[in-house]
Design a protein around this ligand. Sequence first.
Ligand code: VG1
Ligand code: CO
Length: 547
Amino acid sequence: MATRTVLTVPTQPIAGQRPGTSGLRKKVTVFEQPGYLENFVQSIFDSLEGFAGQTLVVGGDGRYYNDRAIQTIVRMAAANGFGRVLVGQHGILSTPAASCVIRKHQAFGGIILSASHNPGGPEGDFGIKYNTGNGGPAPEKITEAIYAHTQKLGRYLTVDTPDIALGDIGECEVAGTKVIVIDSVADHAALLGTLFDFDAIRALLASGDFRLCFDAMHAVTGPYAHALIVKALGAPAASVVNGVPLSDFGGGHPDPNPTYAEELIQTMFGDDAPDFGAASDGDGDRNMIVGRRFIVTPSDSLAVLAANAHLVPAYAGGLKGLARSMPTSAAVDRVAAALGIACFETPTGWKFFGNLLDAGKITLCGEESAGTGADHVREKDGLWAVLFWLNILAVRRQSVEAIVREHWQRFGRNYYSRHDYEGVDSAAANGLMAHLHAQLASLPGQTIDGALIASADDFAYTDPVDGSVSTGQGIRIGLADGARIVFRLSGTGTEGATLRVYLERYEPDATQHAIETQQALAGLIALADRIAGIRERTGRTTPTVIT
Ligand code: VG1
Ligand code: CO
């Protein structure tokens, strides 16, 4: 092996490098500042122990700055003594694929470059996060250690070597470290192939009376969707739209919700709508499921998957348990109760599912933000959810809408909506949260506009596996009739603050299941404003996005 000529570059701490809900996300222009990326990467390495000679996985969602960042990280990984670096071809690895690759190749960990659903391009956002050897996002203990290190580091290590050829699958050497450019799709596609009944899905697609549309939103899932939906399952190539990853996502906002995935919604509500529609986000970990003229709420989707898991080969033997993030609707709790298994309630962010999955306490989990996943990897997995739905549809041969309506009939309906107020003045948003905090003790027992408030707290979570405690995870207000309002500030935004208001009301009566969601929640929406003073404090009369 060639000797490493490691360069020690002096640097200074940069303020504000604290990872949020899912890694460090900033404007590209911030990341392009000299030393910004290097400082953070060195802080990751300095916070870890025992990786000498081990494997690091590196890949991203292909957004602007992805390739340059990868070259920097490869040099720094070599300088810091990793033995091997696995990089996705063209720098591409969806978040679930990266998780799969880390696990399959027994890597020490991985660095994923993505700002997920945030817009890309030179004026857009960039992001970086570290995943541990289980393939999952680093827990808070590690992200906090990384942040602490960014505030004191004085140097970073790199080597002076040429760029590697990201387009060519194969092996090369960077200052004594083996760098392998791998197929971005193969490992993940092979893993998904072991979970679902591909024959049944193939038969459904070949039956002639089923059509689907998958919108990759010009983000990372295009190549994955082609490999799985078109090549492996035999759907026509035109079933995948916007399937070529672009560094600015075609100017779009790769967030699979009815507002930003407008094109898919138009297709699915059009005259010649296909039977099944789906979209994924920037880094491929989220999913939106749409039936013909029928949108499936992510919280309902999780519940439907859990209730139908016995139809899928990988889960036919039973589920160990279920989990959802706190703001996610309780629809899945009812399924867990019916199955007689545990249902855990975690803070927002996939990192909180990792211990439960590792400990074998849960099999499926999900979030209201359109993330669903299972124990096959340690990230949420967009295409996994799509294949799961296709598997169910192939067995049940009913429409998406019929399946969801039957589900409500059996379990009752959790009317649910999230209202996002994006780009709110940070001081105003913090003021609103402080105002809520100040009311926590006095709210229970009060009747406001006819609604009796039963509970009010700031959600704290004690991890049942390692006992770690996470506080300040969102304000919950529970009404005596079981309805619920949750307020939290986003931890993924890069401009001002984003206030998220989550609204939920349970309706057991099947004759009341056809109400339009916003109408069904109108009383709660008004109550949320009354308690938090949203309009008055943010100056907004309507949310930016309603999902
Ligand atoms: C949002 C979602 C959360 C999700 C996170 C990362 O976080 O609400 O459920 O885990 O994004 O998803 P926040 O803090 O903005 O509410 V992704 O697809 O951006 O990796
Ligand atoms: Co994502």
